[in-house]
Design a protein around this ligand. Structure first.
Ligand SMILES: NC(=O)c1ccc[n+]([C@@H]2O[C@H](COP(=O)([O-])OP(=O)(O)OC[C@H]3O[C@@H](n4cnc5c(N)ncnc54)[C@H](O)[C@@H]3O)[C@@H](O)[C@H]2O)c1
Length: 434
């Protein structure tokens, strides 16, 4: 038997803070409130809907994850966030146009009560947006302090026992890590000297970790995957997870690619293109912001297919990803994939996928699960990068030099085995049940 971890009970209220109250965050909040009123089932949420098999199959032990591990209950969640444009969650949910009025109306008073805090926002990082509700502070150090004050005020006002923060803000312009990101000391010096390489999402991450608040990054920009944040998370004992919610086309890719590889079918090329018309699409219409997303999306195939081990099958792949901003489509994205595969004697075949998906409908349950699992990790005294949450992320941050794992089925096993081990159950290495 593995030894059960000592996990502090999930008593009291858990505050979920999101920098960014746009399509994803508001869909998440509205859905949780609807679920706890009994108006909806939290479809897509592994923490709420999935079972976990324990022991050997013949033992027949297969509880719901939420009955097996001590997670915060939906009734105990309180919501807050920052946004430079949205004034409150009701207004934002209506503007985003993800949910129909029939689903917003029954929860409208709760949504209206969640008022956006003024954001730490810099137009230089998101050129397409013109922020209005922004903290009027020039120094990045002062901005970080102001966010920490917001966090403590929210904690006190809402009588929260614990908090988590999930970045649901716009994708920031592409950047590589630089000297200022090396250590906590260099980062703090950079905050004080207003180093131009420090992006707003990094200031939120810093403020969260300094406040002992677990942080996940739902977007592809650099916020956590820089040495200073890894160092800070470890030294403050805070669990973190990045980056970029795995939804839509990349979700499909990580479902299909492991299947092709399992059958040793070759791949010659994978062309992916999307049209979407929400604010995210508008932001990604700027080449600097799209570059951030492109890098995050392109990493997936190589790690799943291992071209070094399988040069005959995967040594020569053309992988292209495009996103086109097309306003009439709103949040209802359409993603096309053309996949050129080959089989016995090298004969070519094609697979076409046309996924009419709803991005925020796929992302909302991920926000819920990341919030609940990060809170669990904190109560289990875990700190630093939580690789077992890679399941939810397009560009998972690795905690060792072995690099990230992208195969969703390996990720699922890792997630469930982590829960089993923490609870003193043996890991399961085959026949994942439900
Ligand atoms: N929807 C998905 O399936 C999905 C998948 C992966 C990643 N993402 C990422 O999640 C993020 C949110 O997506 P969305 O569809 O809700 O986008 P959205 O444009 O509807 O919402 C983003 C919100 O963030 C706000 N914002 C921008 N900069 C901010 C700052 N510095 N502080 C606080 N708020 C800020 C914007 O005003 C906007 O309201 C995006 O970065 C997107 O790329 C979304």
């Amino acid at each position: 038997m593995t030894e059960k971890l000592s996990i502090t009970p999930a008593s009291g209220r858990l505050g979920v803070l999101t920098p960014g109250l746009g399509a994803v965050a508001t869909t998440f909040i509205a859905g949780v409130i609807a679920a706890r009123k009994g108006l909806a089932v939290p479809i897509g949420s592994v923490s709420q809907m999935a079972h976990i098999r324990l022991g050997r199959r013949e033992e027949g032990r297969n509880p719901l994850i939420r009955d097996f591990v001590p997670l915060a209950g939906l009734d105990d969640l309180v919501f807050g966030g920052w946004d430079p444009i949205s004034s409150n969650v009701l207004e934002a949910a209506r503007t985003c146009g993800v949910l129909d009025e029939k689903d917003i109306a029954p929860v409208s008073s709760e949504l209206e009560g969640i008022v956006a805090m003024d954001a730490v926002f810099d137009n230089q990082w998101v050129k397409k947006l013109d922020g209005k509700r922004v903290k009027n502070l020039d120094s990045k150090w002062d901005q970080a302090q102001a966010l920490m004050e917001d966090i403590e005020k929210f904690r006190a006002d809402n009588e929260c026992d614990r908090l988590v923060m999930i970045w649901c803000g716009s994708t920031e312009a592409f950047q590589e890590a630089s000297a200022v990101h090396e250590t906590v000391d260099s980062f703090e010096a950079g905050l004080k000297s207003n180093d131009e390489n420090i992006a707003p999402s990094q200031i939120y991450a810093y403020a969260a970790i300094m406040s002992g608040v677990p942080f996940a990054n739902g977007a592809p920009n650099l916020a956590l995957d820089i040495p200073c944040m890894v160092e800070l998370a470890k030294s403050r004992g805070v669990p973190v997870a990045g980056k970029d919610f795995k939804t839509g086309q990349t979700l499909m890719k990580t479902l299909l690619a492991p299947g092709l590889k399992a059958r040793m079918l070759g791949l010659r090329g994978w062309f992916s293109t999307n049209i979407l018309g929400n604010r995210d699409g508008e932001v990604l219409d700027d080449p600097d912001n799209f570059k951030t997303k492109e890098v995050s999306k392109l990493g997936v195939l190589d790690t799943i297919l291992q071209p070094d081990s399988y040069p005959d099958l995967y040594g020569d792949i053309d992988h292209v990803v495009r996103i086109n901003y097309y306003p009439p489509r709103g949040d209802n994205k359409e993603g096309w994939d053309n996949i050129d595969i080959f089989g016995w004697l090298g004969y070519p075949m094609q697979i076409k996928v046309d996924f009419l998906c709803r991005d925020s409908i796929l992302a909302a349950p991920i926000v819920l699960d990341l919030a609940l699992f990060l809170d669990l990790a904190a109560r289990a005294d875990q700190s630093g990068v939580q690789e077992w949450l890679s399941f939810y992320l397009k560009a998972p941050q690795a905690s060792t030099d072995a690099g990230p794992e992208h195969d969703i089925f390996i990720q699922q096993t890792k997630l469930k085995n982590t829960l089993r081990e923490w609870m003193g159950e043996e890991p399961v290495t085959h026949s994942e049940a439900g």
